[in-house]
Design a protein around this ligand. Structure first.
Ligand SMILES: Nc1ncnc2c1ncn2[C@@H]1O[C@H](COP(=O)(O)OP(=O)(O)OP(=O)(O)O)[C@@H](O)[C@H]1O
Ligand SMILES: [Mg+2]
Length: 317
């Protein structure tokens, strides 16, 4: 190897996508996509419908051949992995389980082909919360049950990397909360987790990092904290101009928060106590004081729906 790998082996298995492209005929679904997914973190792979998320995951899993570039798991293409099931677990969208077979049998078949004992199957069904349902035919499963069975299948080989396509789809709020805790636990043990979603707000509380694509292009990559931007505070008061002056004097820039109404100011600090103290010293009654966060839904829309990134596929129809 010409590059020096400074990461110790215990650091886990990363995902690296380099210049990945996929054309279907003359339609470019994914174009020159590059990003890295860190071990021990949950990364949200986000983009509107048709952005190229599933296509990218399928390339990473060696299910379709890239037109250009590479997708590497722990430095290897999927096809070169000596023990794929123990390295990568995956659940792609619309996973079809044989309708006449029980969920448990589905996993047992999969386990047998990889010499994984049945005891692990039962353990996993317990873990994903469908031990009883798994004895029923999969044809009668709800969306949420199918998601949980897919997750159990992905975890069979105790993989170091998890690729989950829209895992929160069809889960009720309780299910989403459960999934969040479950993935967090796996990440804390060092698992590298990439989960796709077409809703940033759906995974906002789940992910550490985001990779946002639109129209097959990368539009933003970073931590969720970076996406939230600088912390600021909304303060509503009886006298916003006097309060703005008082805050400025205390070294806190403040501006009218126009969208929040006439009495609101946006103070450029995350320190609510400092804002409250400043108001008290100025003798201004505070009516509301709260952290102001970036509206991620709007940010996501701005990032993915600007004219350059608008989904050609949907426009054609
Ligand atoms: N086998 C194929 N042949 C032709 N076009 C395809 C094929 N697979 C995907 N596409 C197109 O590539 C684009 C990206 O599709 P993809 O399924 O990767 O999107 P996605 O981001 O997963 O969307 P969604 O949120 O709806 O799941 C779409 O325009 C889709 O129609
Ligand atoms: Mg998809």
């Amino acid at each position: 190897m010409t590059t020096t790998d400074q990461r110790a082996p215990t650091d886990g298995t990363d995902i690296e996508v380099r210049g990945l492209s996929k054309k279907f005929g003359d339609f470019t679904a994914v174009q020159d996509l590059s990003f890295r997914v860190e071990p021990g973190r949950i990364t949200g792979f986000l983009g509107p419908n048709g952005a190229g998320k599933t296509t990218t995951l399928r390339m990473l899993l060696g299910l379709i051949r890239p037109s250009d570039g590479v997708g590497l798991i722990g430095g290897h293409a999927y096809a070169e992995l000596p023990r794929p099931l123990e390295t990568v677990g995956s659940a792609l969208e619309a996973t079809n389980f044989h309708p006449g077979r029980t969920g448990r049998d589905h996993l047992r078949v999969l386990a047998a082909t990889h010499r994984i004992p049945d005891s692990r199957v039962d353990h996993l069904l317990e873990l994903v919360g469908i031990p009883a349902a798994a004895r029923k035919r999969a044809g009668g499963y709800s969306m949420g049950m199918r998601q949980r069975l897919g997750l159990a299948a992905a975890l069979l080989g105790e993989p170091k990397v998890l690729l989950l396509d829209e895992p929160a789809n069809g889960l009720d709020p309780e299910g989403i909360r459960w999934l969040r805790g479950f993935l967090r636990h796996l990440a804390s043990e060092g698992t590298t987790i990439l989960i796709s979603s077409h809703l940033l707000t759906e995974v906002e509380q789940t992910v550490d990092d985001v990779v946002i694509i639109a129209n097959g292009h990368l539009v933003r990559q970073g931590s969720i904290d970076e996406l939230h931007g600088d912390l600021s505070t909304l303060v509503r008061s009886a006298d916003p101009s006097r309060l703005a002056l008082a805050l400025e004097t205390d070294g806190i820039p403040a501006f009218p928060a126009v969208e929040q109404g006439d009495s609101a100011l946006q103070a450029m600090t995350g320190d609510l106590v400092a804002v409250g103290e400043s108001a008290l010293r100025a003798g201004v009654a505070v009516h509301e004081l709260r952290p102001l966060r970036t509206d991620l839904e709007r940010l996501f829309f701005e990032l993915t729906e600007n004219p350059d990134n608008r989904n050609r596929n949907l426009e054609q129809s």
